[in-house]
Design a protein around this ligand. Structure first.
Ligand code: GLN
Length: 304
């Protein structure tokens, strides 16, 4: 039996001493308040066991990790029609890159870069009666945790400085790939990104992707085939222009956010989440990636 607790403790202790920790995001001013010294690791096994190290119970801004949750909800409404509006190819570009979107006539490369996530947000604004309330309830349901909430300060902070997202939304609108008002879609998108979660809550929220679409309380939330597809998109696009590097070093499907969170999983086995706010130049958590690389190397548990 693998000593998961011992392994994540030693990874945590070793990385806490690391001097190069990356840079905390500041383009969303509210995020710059985070400490570069925070470090949390949480492992949720599908057999029910869980293991925590460091700051695994401190809430942080999940940011782009929310894009996967939004996608899983949008697919429930649109099924395969969604792929007429957003592609499933890695972009090889940063998460907020714009020129490819114009070149490719307003069809985003994939749903995990910002432009693709804005199309997904547009679909949710169209179909949900009270988009922000209903989406939050969905996240609470799949994580089986009613305490999860938006962080209004983070949402407002991004609204004030989200120039590139305004540009992306306007570009999408100019190609008729946004059905609702630019302002409404962005307001929804900034809120979904502002959700605060702990590593422990994140691992539970992603349980359904590791478990064939069945969430932590055993309810089938999405069909097995859709879970398979979303997992493929996480593997190929979850880390933007570092998706190849993440697959190479870690070997798990997953998703990162500029709040410093990463959640990754081995299907039918476990979900592991990390939080370390210092980012590398590609916008992914520097220590989080190192922690996950060490974890899959030491346990020999990866999809490859
Ligand atoms: N809300 C952030 C943005 O749109 C999310 C980016 C991220 O986490 N990579 O810029």
């Amino acid at each position: 039996m693998t000593d998961f607790q011992g392994i994540i403790n030693s990874i945590h202790d070793h990385l806490s001493k690391e001097e190069v920790k990356g840079v905390v995001a500041s383009y969303i001013p509210e995020l710059s308040k985070q400490s570069v010294n925070s470090l949390g690791i949480f492992l949720q096994h599908l057999n029910g066991d869980s293991f925590a190290a460091g700051d695994a119970d401190i809430p942080f801004s999940i940011q782009s990790i929310s894009k996967v949750l939004a996608l899983s909800k949008a697919i429930a409404f649109e099924d395969n029609r969604i792929w007429q509006r957003v592609d499933v190819e890695p972009s090889g570009n940063p998460f907020n890159h714009l020129s490819l979107l114009e070149l490719e006539n307003g069809i985003p490369r994939n749903p995990l870069i910002n432009s693709g996530a804005l199309v997904v947000a547009d679909i949710l604004v169209t179909h949900l009666k009270n988009p922000k309330e209903d989406f939050l309830n969905y996240v609470r349901t799949i994580a089986n945790d009613q305490t999860i909430n938006y962080n209004k300060d983070v949402a407002a902070s991004e609204k004030r400085t989200g120039y590139k997202n305004f540009a992306a939304a306007n570009l999408l609108k100019s190609f008729s790939n946004l059905k609702n008002n630019v302002e409404d879609v962005l307001d929804f998108y900034f809120h979904q990104c502002s959700i605060d979660m702990t590593c422990a809550q994140l691992a539970k929220a992603f349980y359904l992707f590791a478990n064939g679409g069945k969430c932590v309380n055993n309810v089938q939330q999405i069909p097995v085939s859709q879970a398979k597809r979303i997992n493929a998109i996480m593997l190929t696009c979850g880390f933007y222009d570092e998706a190849g590097e993440f697959a190479f070093r870690v070997g798990l499907p997953g998703k990162s956010g500029v709040g410093g969170g990463i959640v990754a999983f081995l299907p039918n086995n476990f979900i592991i989440s990390t939080w370390a706010p210092g980012l590398n130049p590609k916008g992914n958590s520097l220590l989080g990636m190192q922690a996950l690389e060490q974890f899959t190397t030491q346990t020999k548990l990866s999809i490859f």
